[in-house]
Design a protein around this ligand. Structure first.
Ligand code: CO
Length: 439
């Protein structure tokens, strides 16, 4: 296997992106930082927008969803929008408001389960906390990002001597009683909740009493790594779906002059159904697209005409074939790591792909010179979904669901391919760079 220096660099940059993004709020912040370094400036939803061809901007909503855009050179009405969508959140554990309590001299933090993680993978990992804190100020409050760099928490396994059937029955946790994370000992000097708030206050650079609220994700402090005989694989947390965010963002930052208006839409809350003010089933993307039209001097009919010319590539990860578990896969649709991006198809529209969207993505891959694969789930297994169907439904645009092959989706440590990531960036770049209008 030949891995070029550019392909290796792309994978390492992805791992750096993930390691800088231990929570969806950090992911959006890191995307904003990268966009600003490529000449994008922030637009605020509270202000009036005046947009010129070639303008590069981004919009943040709720600190964890972000829409980035490059205004096209051709009239919006005839050229439409080219949209890449992905999600910033990953399943895991989130800290309860009054989380800290003490039991037999051990301080623990109560957690809620966010989305559908493989809970057993959180055991025996070097865990810590990252998120945002609402801090009281003289004018009200402000949100501050917090991140504990070193391991702060742990979920120690039960010894096999006390759980003799673990290798036959699997590792199971009762979500209420067996998931609280161990934080420390004692509690004599400081009540447990006060200890938690003082730790948070130190990270947020404020007084404990100034903390009015918080949203904290549990994250794995182990950095990403390349692995395999030739380092052809990558492992990290949150590859679903920060790998797609990184591919979409990288492609967008490489756009120079485009004919159509190019959009990268990165949503929080996908893992819990997307129904929120900043989720893919909320108004965010439609609001931003309509305001791009209005801010470019296009009226509402023109906006609807632009949508009719538009196309959405919904990028999320796909299930790579794991040869130890052949029974889990549809045998005619095995997708392999490092064999190229996957077009995801489901007749019940769990994926938004139809044959025209499929054709368009095949064309993109051919022109970009990258291989591609096609996936469908086993008929006797329930299929997952993505932001694709709901985003396509809300906007009324044609769409395709794609994604790179991934092992162990929703594990705290997922794996994917170095080549696939490079291929996906090229395919999305091709999408943004295509001349002319929708085909
Ligand atoms: Co996903």
């Amino acid at each position: 296997m030949i891995i070029t220096p550019e392909q290796r660099a792309g994978a390492l940059d992805l791992l750096a992106f993930i390691d800088a993004s231990p929570s969806p709020w950090h992911a959006a912040d890191e995307m904003a930082r990268r966009l600003e370094s490529h000449g994008f400036s922030r637009l605020h939803e509270t202000e009036a927008w005046r947009l010129q061809p070639g303008a590069r901007h981004f919009v943040l909503r709720g600190d964890s969803s972000l829409v980035a855009l490059v205004i096209g050179q051709q009239p919006l009405v005839s050229a439409g929008f080219r949209i890449v969508g992905a999600h910033t959140d990953s399943p895991g554990l989130r800290v309860k408001p009054r989380a800290a309590h003490i039991a037999e001299g051990v301080i623990r933090l109560g957690v809620e389960v966010y989305g559908g993680p493989i809970l057993a993978t959180f055991a025996d990992r070097d865990l810590s906390l990252a998120g945002r804190v609402a801090v009281r100020t003289t004018r009200g409050f402000e949100s501050r990002l917090v991140r504990f760099q070193s391991p702060l928490l742990r979920l120690p396994n039960l010894a096999i001597h006390m759980n003799r059937a673990v290798n036959e029955d699997g590792l199971k946790f009762n979500k209420q009683t067996e998931l609280p994370l161990l934080l420390g000992t004692g509690g004599e000097e400081l009540p447990p909740q006060k200890l938690l708030m003082s730790l948070l206050a130190r990270e947020a650079n404020c007084e404990s009493e100034s903390i009015l609220g918080f949203e904290l994700a549990v994250y794995d402090t182990q950095p990403g790594a390349c692995w395999g005989a030739e380092g052809e694989f990558i492992a990290d947390s949150q590859l679903d779906n920060l790998a797609s965010c990184h591919a979409g963002l990288t492609a967008l930052t490489r756009v120079s002059e485009t004919s159509a208006t190019c959009v990268g839409a990165f949503f929080d809350h996908e893992e819990i159904g997307s129904e929120s003010a900043k989720g893919a089933d909320g108004s965010l993307l439609a609001d931003v697209l309509e305001r791009i039209a209005l801010g470019s001097g296009v009226d509402r009919e023109g906006y609807k005409r632009a949508l009719a010319q538009s196309f959405l590539v919904s990028a999320d990860m796909a299930h790579a074939y794991q040869p130890n578990f052949p029974q889990a896969y549809e045998p005619q649709h095995l997708v392999k790591v490092n064999a190229g991006p996957v077009i995801k198809i489901n007749v019940n529209q769990r994926y938004a792909t139809d044959s025209t969207g499929e054709a368009r993505f095949v064309h993109l891959c051919e022109r970009a010179g990258v291989p591609y694969q096609k996936y469908t789930h086993r008929t006797d297994l329930a299929c997952g979904s993505t932001i694709g169907p709901m985003t396509a439904a809300r906007l009324g645009v044609t769409a395709v669901d794609v994604g790179n092959p991934l092992w162990a989706m929703h594990s705290v440590r997922e794996s994917a391919g170095v080549l696939d990531h490079a291929y996906m960036i090229l395919a999305l770049q091709q999408f943004f760079d295509e001349p002319g209008t929708a085909g």
